[in-house]
Design a protein around this ligand. Structure first.
Ligand code: MEV
Length: 309
């Protein structure tokens, strides 16, 4: 039996601008994980995939390529040089909320790719895992920047610029973050295409905002590497203002952000595509409980506390 896991993720700064070549910073969220287990079964039984959370089960040989897991499994098996339908039973489990901006799909795919390679006795570097998972993300989500698959494959804070080698880096001191889910579904694809329309209509204004976000992200890397949460908080707030100017914020997110700041957060912003999805708040550990309470009172359906190390 072979088991592999992958964490959730969250973007700290730089979403949207990252699609236009500016840097973004993302961190793994190890409080939630996806796990893949592979077991060899009797000869001739073929490859079966079981998704207990979704109460779904399918035979790889009869699954269409529009089944995301089947698609990734085929890509991985082909790259490994393994048979297309090995006698393996694959179980995929996850406690990462689905479609909640925490990279649930990329994490499941990452755990799957790792477990398949390990079961086949093959080693795989994070960059190779990331490239395989990106292929499947691209298949389903159009043209993602690649930040999700990258941070999940590395399992470390990542400095990410599209088209460049990702730079994993370590915080100078642990950072306490609250991740609050608005419960509002807002497909990233839609906010990304709205920003694209805005950029096409007013390129100079949008480029200026992207440049500002790029500068904030660069300053944030310095603050994180120095372990300086007090310097990082205002950078979150300024990034939120820039995201509002891009038109990807919303009243429910801004209510949660205001509540977090009023309850003592050092800074707060939306994270990911925006409109719905998550808000993140940077806190002193002793303020985590009151800020989490304020976020819930302001409408959050779930608050996850994580420490970035
Ligand atoms: C979504 O998690 C982050 C965006 O920057 C899109 C992307 O990077 O592909 C909005």
């Amino acid at each position: 039996m072979t088991t592999a896991t992958a964490p959730g993720k969250i973007i700290l700064l730089g979403e949207h601008a990252v699609v236009y070549g500016r840097a973004a910073i993302a961190v793994p969220v190890w409080q939630v994980t996806a796990t893949a287990t592979v077991v060899s079964t009797s000869p001739g039984s073929g490859c079966h995939v079981i998704l207990p959370n979704l109460r779904e089960e399918f035979a790889l040989r009869s699954a269409g390529d529009d089944q995301p897991i089947a698609h990734v499994a085929r890509l991985a098996l082909a790259q490994m040089g393994a048979p297309a339908d090995p006698d393996w039973r694959i179980t995929l489990e996850s406690d990462i909320p689905m479609a909640g901006g925490l990279g649930s799909g990329a994490a499941l795919s990452t755990a799957l790719v790792r477990a398949l390679f390990a079961h086949g006795g093959r080693a795989l570097a994070p960059a190779q895992v990331s490239a395989l998972v990106y292929e499947s993300e691209r298949h389903y989500h159009g043209t993602p920047s690649g930040i999700d698959n990258t941070v999940i494959a590395w399992g470390m804070p990542i400095w990410f610029v599209r088209g460049a080698a990702p730079e994993p880096f370590a915080p100078g001191a642990p950072l306490s973050l609250l991740i609050a889910d608005s419960g509002i579904a807002a497909p990233t694809r839609e906010t990304v295409s709205d920003v694209r329309r805005g950029w096409e209509a007013e390129p100079a204004r949008y480029e200026a905002i992207f440049n500002e976000i790029g500068a904030l992200t660069r300053a944030a890397r310095g603050a994180i590497e120095a372990g300086d949460a007090a310097a990082l908080g205002p950078l979150f707030d300024a990034n939120q203002a820039a995201l509002e100017a891009l038109g990807v914020s919303s009243a429910p997110l801004e209510r949660m952000i205001a509540a977090a700041r009023a309850a003592g957060a050092l800074g707060a912003k939306l994270s990911g595509g925006g409109r719905g999805g998550n808000v993140i708040a940077l806190v002193h550990p002793e303020h985590a409980a009151p800020v989490a309470h304020a976020l819930t009172a302001a409408g959050a359906v779930r608050v996850i506390e994580t420490v970035v190390r």
